[in-house]
Design a binder for this molecule. Sequence first.
Ligand code: GLU
Length: 412
Amino acid sequence: MSSEKSIQEIYKSYVATGSVKKFMNDIKAQGIQENDPRLSQIAELTKEREQKEKKVDYENFARRSTPCCGLMKKFSERQFVIPNFEKFTKTIEDLYWRIKPNTTGKNAAYIPQLASIPDYWGISICTVDGQRFQIGDTGNGFSIQSCCKPLNYAIACEYLTSDVVHKFIGQEPSGRMFNEMVLDHNNQPHNPMINSGAIATASLIYTLIDGDQRRSMADKFDMVKTWMERAGGNERFGFNNSIYLSEKEVADRNFALGYFMKENKVFPEKTNMLESLDFYFQLCSIETSAETFSVVASTFANGGVCPLTDEKIFSVDTCRDVLSLMHSCGLYDYSGQFSFNVGLPAKSGVSGVIMLVIPNLAGIVCYSPKLDQHGNSVRGIQFCEELLKTYAIHPYDNLRHTLARRSIYEDK
Ligand code: GLU
């Protein structure tokens, strides 16, 4: 069916019979939120109609549907990537409640401000079609911490190309603590997902994006934050100043790493190591919520195109590189075990966030500050592993010869 035909069908079955609102309710049942930017013009129409009781003619409806014709087509053909969204979200809800009583683990205490954060628990999902679901404490702000690493790496690759970035940083799991003072056999950080690699990535963005360094630190911070916001469908990103100050105050290890890397000539020429380090602390202190961050995760799942705005944020190659490194190095010293159990790219941060990407399907963000001995959110890891026991989404699952788990795509 062409998009035009879909819009005609929707007009016939909803609008002509007087109910734009019913259309909004039905599309919402499939996971498309009322505040979805793609639907903004239709949502306006609903409001206008409520206020003025005006009849909506086809031309008006078609005009307002044009910016979201792809969405309209998928809706009318029942072609969303998760076809039975209600059943899927019921499964997620069950998992949420099953995991909630698990209060084991401890908040990260080495950044003092993180130690006192309450025992939040939330799960947010955004599919590559922009179907969204939230349960629990998904609107609470958290500092993204290590979850800035894949984003910074992606931004550096977009600006400088992956080849340039990897002249300075490797691609191997280090098999050591995330903040360990160790370099690989080339005297470079093992990968961009651990502290040494992330500090080097911050220095690349900070030093190389404008060789003459005319842009101020404020401009560079805004540039990265704006990029994150675009990846998150232009939703809210802030900055947590107390986390930033707290981290900076106790950052002996990261300062030591900075000097160690400087001594080993890891940084590009003309790097101001201390400023780059400060820039890294700032990026770790960017604040968002699970709701918004799940949109970022879905942008990675969607080959770099934000599902809510259809804007191309990262190239397909950048996404593939980011996801490969998240897959092998995203979860500290649990990365190998996680890749064995779950097989999907994920990144965690010491604030208790885990961003899970199911390529071509969805981004999922779990937030729960209590961490296990590896520094990963206890409930977040449990969720990912239980999800895999429910749905056959491990890349090496075989759907033809298994009855044990369901296919997420055919969950009718
Ligand atoms: N800002 C933290 C640090 O550099 C990030 C650690 C993390 O989340 O893994 O120590």
